[in-house]
Design a protein around this ligand. Structure first.
Ligand code: ARG
Length: 459
C-alpha cells in the first residue's frame, strides 16, 4: 500500500494480501466529497484558531478544492493502492503542496474523520430519500384520484372481506410511505451531530472550535462524548432500519401487484416493459421487476442484521470491525433508491382492470357485515345479528346465490326484522357509501384524504 499514514512504528511492511484485506478504498472512495468537505471545514477552523496560519489554511483549502474537482472530473483516478479515502486525499494533498499538507491532520484522527464522513453521507442519503418517497407518493395520489369510483374486494387472510375503494387501498400505501419518510426525517436529529474534535477517542490537546466546524458543515450540534462519537454507528443502524421498513412496504405492494397481475385475480395489466418472458413457455409474461423489489428486501434486512451483529460485541471505542458499516450502508441506500425509482415509474404505467374488480365484489358475500349492521339498526345486538347473518350466508351458499339474490321471503325465514329496505344494504356496490367516517373507505372521506395528501407533498 502506498502512503501509509502510520508507518513510523512499523519495522516490516505488511504482506500484500493482508494490505488488501485491510483496505477500504475499494468502497469508501464514494465518501471523497464528504471527506474533503470535512477537511476544508477543519482546516478553516485550524487557521481561525491560529493553530496554522491563515496563509497555510488557504493553501491547503485551495489544494483540497482542486483535488475534489480532479476526482469529480476523473482527472485524478481513485488509486486503490491507498488504504482508504482519508489516506488517499491526504497523500494527494501532500504530493501537491508538500509538507504543509501534513498539517491538515492536526487535532484529528481517522476515527472521528470517518464518523464525520459517514454522517454526511447518511444526511445526504436521507435528503435523496425524501425526494424519492415523495415522487412515489405523488404517483399513488394520481392513481387514487383517477380511480376514485372503482370498488374492489378488500381482503383479510387473503379471503374476500368487504368492498373497498381501489383509491383507499392505494392510499394505504401513501400512509405507509408517509411514516417511512417521517422515520428518516426524525432520525436526522441524531445523524446531524458533529463528531469531529473527538480525535482518536479522547479529544485533543489542541484548542479546536468545534462549534465553528459544526456550523460550517450544517450540523445542528456537536457530540458530547468523544468516546461515544467515534465508536457508535447507531445512526447508520437507524437508517438501515428505516430502510428495511420502507423495503417491507415496497415488498408488500409488489406482492399485491404480482397477485393482481395473475390470471386468477386479473386486476391489473403490468406494462410489458416491467415483465419478462420465459425461455421455454412462449405464453408467459412474468412480473420480474416486482419480484426483484420483493427479493431485494431480504438483502436490505441482511444489511441491518449484519451491522447489528458486527456492532454487538465491540469494546469501546473504534474497532476495525466498524469499517464493515460502509458496504452495508451504501448497498442498502443504492438498493432502496433504485426500488423507489422503478416503482414510481411502474405506477405511472400500470393499468387497472376496473371491470374485473367491480365484478369481483359481486361474489363472496362481501355485504354480510352490512346485513349484520342493518339488523343492529333494527334492534338486534351485534352478536345476535352476526349469528343470524351467518345462517343466511350458509343458506345462500347452499342455494348457490349471493346475498342480494335472496328474496324477502327467504330472508324472513331468518328473522321478521328484515324489511324491504334491506336490499340496498345487500348491494355490495353500495357498502362503501356508508363508510364515510374519518379513515373509512367512503368516497367522500377518501376524496378529502387525497386532497390533504396532495397538500402534504412538496410540489
Ligand atoms: N477505513 C477506516 C474505516 O472505514 C477508517 C478509520 C480507520 N481508523 C483506524 N484507526 N484504523 O473505519
Amino acid at each position: 500500500m502506498a502512503g501509509k499514514t502510520w508507518g513510523g512504528r512499523f519495522k516490516e511492511d505488511i504482506n500484500e494480501k493482508v494490505d488488501r484485506f485491510n483496505a477500504s478504498i475499494g468502497f469508501d472512495h464514494r465518501l471523497y466529497a464528504f471527506d474533503i468537505e470535512g477537511s476544508i471545514a477543519h482546516c478553516r477552523m485550524l487557521a481561525k484558531q491560529g493553530i496554522i496560519t491563515e496563509e497555510e489554511g488557504s493553501r491547503i483549502i485551495s489544494a483540497l478544492g482542486e483535488i475534489k474537482r480532479g476526482i469529480e472530473r476523473g482527472e485524478l483516478p481513485i488509486n486503490d493502492d491507498y488504504e482508504d479515502i482519508h489516506t488517499l486525499v491526504e497523500n494527494i494533498l501532500i504530493e501537491k503542496i508538500g509538507a504543509l499538507g501534513e498539517k491538515l491532520h492536526i487535532g484529528r484522527s481517522r476515527n472521528d474523520q470517518v464518523a464525520l464522513d459517514v454522517r454526511l453521507y447518511v444526511r445526504e442519503a436521507i435528503s435523496r430519500m425524501a425526494r424519492l418517497i415523495h415522487d412515489l407518493q405523488k404517483s399513488l395520489i394520481d392513481l387514487a384520484e383517477r380511480h376514485l369510483d372503482v370498488i374492489m374486494p378488500g381482503y383479510t387472510h387473503l379471503q374476500p372481506a368487504q368492498p373497498v375503494l381501489l383509491a383507499h387501498h392505494l392510499m394505504a400505501y401513501f400512509e405507509m410511505l408517509k411514516r417511512d419518510s417521517q422515520r428518516f426525517q426524525e432520525s436526522l436529529k441524531r445523524v446531524n451531530i458533529l463528531p469531529l474534535g473527538s480525535a482518536a477517542l479522547a479529544g485533543t490537546t489542541f484548542d479546536l472550535d468545534r462549534e465553528m466546524v459544526a456550523k460550517e458543515l450544517g450540523f445542528d450540534d456537536i457530540s458530547t462524548n468523544s468516546m461515544d462519537a467515534v465508536s457508535d454507528r447507531d445512526f447508520v443502524l437507524e437508517y438501515l432500519f428505516a430502510t428495511s421498513v420502507l423495503m417491507m412496504h415496497l415488498s408488500r405492494f409488489s406482492e399485491e401487484m404480482i397477485l393482481w397481475s395473475s390470471r386468477e385475480f386479473g386486476f391489473i395489466n403490468l406494462p410489458d416493459a416491467f415483465c419478462t418472458g420465459s425461455s421455454i413457455m412462449p405464453q408467459k409474461k412474468n412480473p420480474d421487476i416486482l419480484e426483484l423489489i420483493r427479493g431485494k428486501t431480504g438483502r436490505v434486512y441482511g444489511h441491518l442484521i449484519s451491522l447489528l451483529t458486527t456492532m454487538k460485541g465491540l469494546p469501546m471505542t473504534y474497532n476495525k470491525d466498524m469499517q464493515e458499516d460502509k458496504e452495508a450502508l451504501f448497498d442498502a441506500a443504492d438498493t432502496v433508491e433504485n426500488c423507489l425509482d422503478i416503482m414510481a415509474l411502474l405506477l405511472r404505467q400500470i393499468v387497472f382492470n376496473t371491470d374485473r374488480m367491480k365484478k369481483a365484489i359481486e361474489k363472496g358475500y362481501l355485504a354480510a357485515t352490512d346485513l349484520a349492521d342493518y339488523l343492529v339498526k333494527k334492534g338486534m345486538t351485534f352478536r345476535q345479528a352476526h349469528e343470524v347473518v351467518g345462517k343466511v350466508v350458509l343458506f345462500a351458499i347452499d342455494q348457490k346465490k349471493e346475498l342480494h339474490e335472496l328474496t324477502l321471503e327467504e330472508l324472513h325465514g331468518f328473522t321478521r326484522q328484515i324489511k324491504e329496505d334491506v336490499f340496498e344494504w345487500l348491494d355490495p356496490a353500495l357498502t362503501v357509501q356508508r363508510r364515510n367516517l374519518p379513515g373509512g373507505t367512503g368516497p367522500e372521506t377518501v376524496k378529502i384524504r387525497i386532497q390533504q395528501a396532495r397538500a402534504e407533498i412538496p410540489s
